[in-house]
Design a protein around this ligand. Structure first.
Ligand code: SF4
Ligand code: SF4
Length: 59
């Protein structure tokens, strides 16, 4: 899953644009990651401020 550090996020929308499954929604000051997320981590790579972290589900 992807976690968002809302204190770092500058709401630039880059992650929203890059997500291949359209899983990211920017709602006012809040970033929502949807169920269709495949943890491909493209959003993690694109974020200019490092606000996104990919974390493995409990295995
Ligand atoms: S990890 Fe991939 S699928 Fe999930 S929100 Fe980020 S870009 Fe979208
Ligand atoms: S790319 Fe980073 S700073 Fe930009 S909206 Fe996404 S999480 Fe926020």
């Amino acid at each position: 899953m992807i976690t968002v550090n809302i204190e770092k996020c500058g709401h630039c929308g880059a992650c929203v644009a890059v997500c291949p499954t359209n899983s990211i929604e920017l709602v006012e000051a809040c970033l929502k990651i949807g169920d269709a997320c495949t943890t491909c981590a493209m959003c993690v790579s694109i974020c200019p401020v490092g606000a996104l972290t990919a974390r493995e589900e409990d295995a």
